[in-house]
Write a protein that binds this ligand. Structure first.
Ligand SMILES: *[C@@H]1O[C@H](CO)[C@@H](O)[C@H](O)[C@H]1NC(C)=O
Ligand SMILES: *[C@@H]1O[C@H](CO)[C@@H](O)[C@H](O)[C@H]1NC(C)=O
Ligand SMILES: *[C@@H]1O[C@H](CO)[C@@H](O)[C@H](O)[C@H]1NC(C)=O
Ligand SMILES: *[C@@H]1O[C@H](CO)[C@@H](O)[C@H](O)[C@H]1NC(C)=O
Length: 357
C-alpha cells in the first residue's frame, strides 16, 4: 500500500524578525508500509507542483479554503457530550469556563497526572500565567489516592479539568480526546490550542509573537504544528514500553505524527479531530492516534516546529553566558523543575534584550 504524506517543513532564517519564515520547503515523503522510501527535493518556484507535492509561499491563501466552522455542535450525535470514545456516561468531575466571555489567543491544555502536584506548582510559579491572551488548564483523570488533595488544589487555583476515567498510562488517549472535547464544547473560539505535557517550558512572549505575526503568514487552517516524527517503526519487542501488538496496530510503520509533548492546533483541526476520534477504535498511544492516524485520515497538515525547540546544550550555554541564543518557543522536553525556574528567571530578567530586531 502506498501512502502519500505531505509535510510542510519551514525553516526560520536569521532575518530582521526573529521567526521570519524565509522559505517554506515542502518535502514529500512516500512511505510504503512494507518498506520505506523517502524522497526529498526542492522545487524553485510555484505553488502546486504535482498533486502530492506542494510548495506554500508565505502569504499564500489559495489552497483549501474552508468555512470557519467545520461543523456545528448540533451535528454531533445526541449522546456525544456524555460519550468519550467507548466510555458511556462520561462527565467532567471538575470543570471551568474561562472562555465564556473572552476569546483567548492561545488556550493551553496541559496533560498532568493526578500526583504531579509539584510540577503543576512549578508551572504556575514560572511561565504558566493566565492573561487575557492566555487561558491555561490542567487535564487529569481520577485517582482515589489523591482526590482530596486535588479538590483542595482546584478550589485554590480553579484550573483543573477532571474526567471520570481512571488516570493510568493506557488511558492517555481518553485524556487527549477529553481535551479536544473540552475545547469543542467550552472554548471553540480560541485562536490556537496548545497541548502540552507538564514538564514543558513555553517561552510565552515569543509564542504570542509567533502566533500573531509569523503564523498569520501561513494559510491558517487545518494545521498541526509540532516536533514531527517521520515514519517510525512500530515497536514489537516485549522490552519496549511502547510495545504494540499486531491486533492493536497491524502496520510496520506509523504515519508521520507529532511528538506529544507540545502540539499546537488550529481550532478547526481540534473540531475535526474530536469528531473523528469519537468514532475511531481506541488506540492507547495518544499522539500517534490523534496526530498520526486520525490527522492523516483527515488530510490535516503537519508543520515542523523542530527548529524552534531549545536544545539542552543551547540552554546551558544561554544560562551560563547570560546571552539569548536565538529565538525559541519551547525549552527542551522533559525539563527538571530547577531548570524551569532557572530559565524562567533568566528570561524575566533579560526580557528587554530578547527582541533583536
Ligand atoms: C487571499 O489574500 C488576498 C490578499 O490578502 C485577498 O485579497 C484574497 O481575498 C484572499 N483570498 C482568499 C480566498 O482568502
Ligand atoms: C481506563 O479508564 C476506564 C474508565 O475509568 C477504566 O474502566 C479502565 O480500567 C482504565 N484502563 C486501565 C488500563 O486501567
Ligand atoms: C459558561 O458556559 C457553560 C457552557 O459552556 C455553562 O454551563 C456555564 O454555566 C457558563 N458559566 C458562566 C459563568 O457563565
Ligand atoms: C484526503 O485526500 C484524499 C486524496 O487527496 C481524498 O481522496 C480524501 O477524500 C480526503 N479525505 C478527506 C477527509 O478530506
Amino acid at each position: 500500500m502506498l501512502e502519500n504524506l505531505r509535510i510542510y517543513v519551514f525553516v526560520s532564517a536569521p532575518c530582521t524578525r526573529r521567526f521570519a519564515i524565509a522559505l517554506i520547503l515542502t518535502i514529500c515523503y512516500s512511505i510504503w508500509f512494507n518498506g520505506e522510501n523517502t524522497d526529498m527535493s526542492l522545487p524553485s518556484s510555484g505553488n502546486i507542483v504535482a498533486s502530492n507535492y506542494l510548495v506554500l509561499l508565505p502569504g499564500d491563501n489559495t489552497t483549501q479554503s474552508l468555512p470557519r466552522e467545520p461543523y456545528r455542535l448540533s451535528e454531533l450525535p445526541s449522546d456525544d457530550s456524555s460519550t468519550l470514545i467507548d466510555i458511556k456516561g462520561f462527565k467532567f468531575l471538575m470543570n471551568h469556563y474561562p472562555c465564556n466571555n473572552t476569546q483567548p489567543l492561545i488556550l493551553i491544555l496541559i496533560h498532568s497526572a493526578p500526583g504531579n502536584f509539584v510540577r503543576r506548582k512549578t508551572l504556575r510559579e514560572t511561565w504558566a500565567q493566565r492573561s487575557p491572551l492566555v487561558s491555561l488548564l490542567f487535564f487529569i483523570g481520577t485517582s482515589e489516592k489523591f482526590q482530596d488533595r486535588l479538590e483542595d488544589e482546584n478550589s485554590k487555583y480553579k484550573d483543573l479539568i477532571q474526567g471520570n476515567f481512571v488516570d493510568v498510562y493506557r488511558n492517555m488517549t481518553y485524556k487527549h480526546v477529553m481535551a479536544l472535547k473540552w475545547t469543542t464544547y467550552h472554548c471553540p473560539n480560541a485562536k490556537y490550542i496548545l497541548k502540552l505535557d507538564d514538564d514543558v517550558f513555553v517561552h510565552v512572549s515569543a509564542m504570542v509573537e509567533f502566533l500573531t505575526h509569523d503564523l498569520t503568514l501561513l494559510r491558517n487552517q487545518r494545521l498541526i504544528l509540532c516536533d514531527v516524527s517521520l515514519s517510525s517503526p512500530v515497536k514489537r519487542t516485549w522490552r519496549s514500553k511502547w510495545r504494540v501488538s499486531y491486533l492493536e496496530y497491524p502496520g510496520r510503520y506509523y504515519p508521520a505524527y507529532c511528538l506529544g509533548w507540545a502540539i499546537l492546533y488550529t481550532p478547526d483541526s481540534v473540531l475535526l479531530l474530536y469528531r473523528e476520534a469519537q468514532r475511531e477504535p481506541y488506540f492507547w498511544i495518544d499522539d500517534i492516534h490523534i496526530t498520526g492516524i486520525i490527522a492523516h485520515k483527515l488530510n490535516l497538515t503537519l508543520i515542523s516546529l523542530h527548529s524552534l525547540v531549545l536544545t539542552t546544550k543551547k540552554m546551558t550555554d544561554m544560562l551560563s553566558n547570560s546571552r539569548i541564543g536565538g529565538g525559541f518557543l519551547f525549552g527542551p522536553p522533559d525539563m527538571s523543575e530547577d531548570r524551569m525556574r532557572a530559565l524562567h528567571s533568566f528570561l524575566s530578567t533579560t526580557r528587554t534584550v530578547i527582541n533583536l530586531d
